[in-house]
Each structure stands twice: as structure tokens, then as C-alpha cells.
Design a protein around this ligand. Structure first.
Ligand SMILES: [Zn+2]
Length: 255
């Protein structure tokens, strides 16, 4: 076992060939969480360190909580793909990526074991001691690539992470019986929803029409912030949770 170059928590250093310099010397200021979506953590480690995969990541956390580092934090790893957050498209240049092993929605999506969650928590905290990353920039892959990615998904315990001081979280408003806004709807309420999502950082166009793109973004928002029901419909609970989250992020930005 060779100690990794950045995190003392990583017990294995397994360099990945797919990496390059962060564009314009960008300092990392976003933490992006993924699930591997593969059968095993070993298969994921093999894939993430193979040149022909064209992907890589900074860290991999297996289900027992073992942490492997593959790319130095100062370098650009290839995990975000086509993505967008707060107007920025080269997410790999500003992000540190953590792959959390879970077979995912297509294979066998299950709860993240406690030992794994504790390791993710410790690793995030460790990374935050080296880099200035605002709570609202601790994100899911699905947040920056809605419609294309679902990881780490609605079973990931963002509330637990927030209690450990990582990421921004507000208690979701209770799910009610209202249908809310959905595909095909138009008007001021849709405009307001689009404005709020865009203000938080999501890639949303202000069109006043509830199209497929907005449905995908609402679904991504729910997976992260209102996981009880992920259906792409902006019910009162979703909109209320978003409004309070936005207020919390703006308050944090001013503080
Ligand atoms: Zn991912």
C-alpha cells in the first residue's frame, strides 16, 4: 500500500492516465459526487484507471469505506462529461470528483452502507480543509447533467452529509396531495420555477413553458433535495424546498 499524495485517508494510490491540467490554472471549488454504476468497486477501479475508458476520478470509495486516490487534486480528472453548473461548462476543470461504489439504478441500486457513508463524510471534510468550496457547490453528478445522469441518486444521504457540515441542505417540505406544475404547463409560476432553479445554478432556460428539459432538472433537484418523491413534477413541496434552499444559499453567500 502506497500512501496517496493528497488525502491521508486514501489507503491506496492508483494513478489514472486520463487526466490533464485544470484549464487556466483553475483552482477546484466544486465537489462532485457520483456512484460507479458498476458491478463491483474492483471493476470500477479497473475502468477508472484504464486509458481506453476515457474517464477517471480523483477518489473511489468502496462499500467498506476504503478510499483509493487516482488523480491528484491539482489535476483535472475526467468524470463530469457534458455538464453545466452556474453557467460553467468545463466542470472537470473546477471539480474534485468522488466515485462512491454502488451498482446504481440500472443494476442494483441500494442504500449506501454506513461504513461507506462515514468514509465519504471524512473524505469530503478532508478535501474541504485544502480547498475553499462553498456548501452549495457540493453537488451530485445529476445536478450538473440532468436528464443524462442520475447519480449518486435519491438513496444517497445528503441530509447526513449536511449534518457533518458538508453541502447545503434544508429539511424538505412535506409532500402533499397537489399535482403541482408539470409538462405542458405555461405561465408565471413556471417562469418563477425556472428563475429559482437557474439562480441556484441549474442549467435552465427561462421559457415560461414546462418542457422536457425543465422536467429533467426538477427530477435532478428532487433526487438531491426532496428525495421522497422523484417524478419531475414541481409540486408545492418541491417549490417550497427550492425557495428555502435558494434563500439559504444567498444568506451563506452574504455571510
Ligand atoms: Zn457520475
Amino acid at each position: 500500500m502506497t500512501a496517496a499524495p493528497d488525502s491521508p485517508l486514501a489507503t491506496l494510490w492508483c494513478p489514472a492516465p486520463n487526466r490533464d491540467p485544470r484549464r487556466n490554472g483553475r483552482a477546484p471549488d466544486l465537489l462532485l459526487l457520483h456512484y460507479t454504476g458498476m458491478d463491483s468497486a474492483d471493476a470500477a477501479l479497473d475502468w477508472l484507471t484504464r486509458e481506453d475508458s476515457k474517464v477517471s476520478c480523483h477518489y473511489l470509495v468502496d462499500e467498506d469505506g476504503n478510499i483509493t486516490q487516482m488523480v491528484r487534486e491539482g489535476e483535472r480528472a475526467w468524470h463530469a462529461g457534458q455538464s453545466l453548473w452556474a453557467g460553467e461548462t468545463d466542470i472537470n476543470s473546477c471539480a474534485i470528483g468522488i466515485e462512491i461504489h454502488n451498482p446504481g439504478h440500472d443494476i442494483d441500486y441500494h442504500d449506501f452502507p454506513e461504513a461507506q457513508m462515514r468514509a465519504v463524510e471524512a473524505l469530503c471534510r478532508d478535501i474541504l480543509t485544502r480547498h475553499t468550496i462553498r456548501p452549495d457547490r457540493v453537488l451530485a453528478h445529476s445536478d450538473v447533467a440532468p436528464g443524462r445522469k442520475r447519480d449518486p441518486g435519491e438513496k444517497f444521504d445528503w441530509a447526513q452529509l449536511a449534518r457533518a457540515g458538508i453541502g447545503l441542505w434544508v429539511t424538505p417540505a412535506p409532500v402533499g396531495g397537489d399535482a403541482g406544475l408539470g409538462p405542458g404547463d405555461e405561465g408565471e409560476a413556471v417562469t418563477k420555477l425556472q428563475q429559482d432553479l437557474a439562480a441556484y445554478g441549474y442549467g435552465v432556460e427561462i421559457t415560461s413553458t414546462y418542457g422536457r428539459g425543465l422536467e429533467n432538472v426538477v427530477e435532478a433537484f428532487q433526487r438531491h433535495f426532496r428525495p421522497e418523491r422523484v417524478d419531475g413534477r414541481a409540486d408545492a413541496s418541491t417549490r417550497d424546498t427550492l425557495a428555502r434552499l435558494l434563500a439559504a444559499s444567498q444568506a451563506a453567500a452574504v455571510a
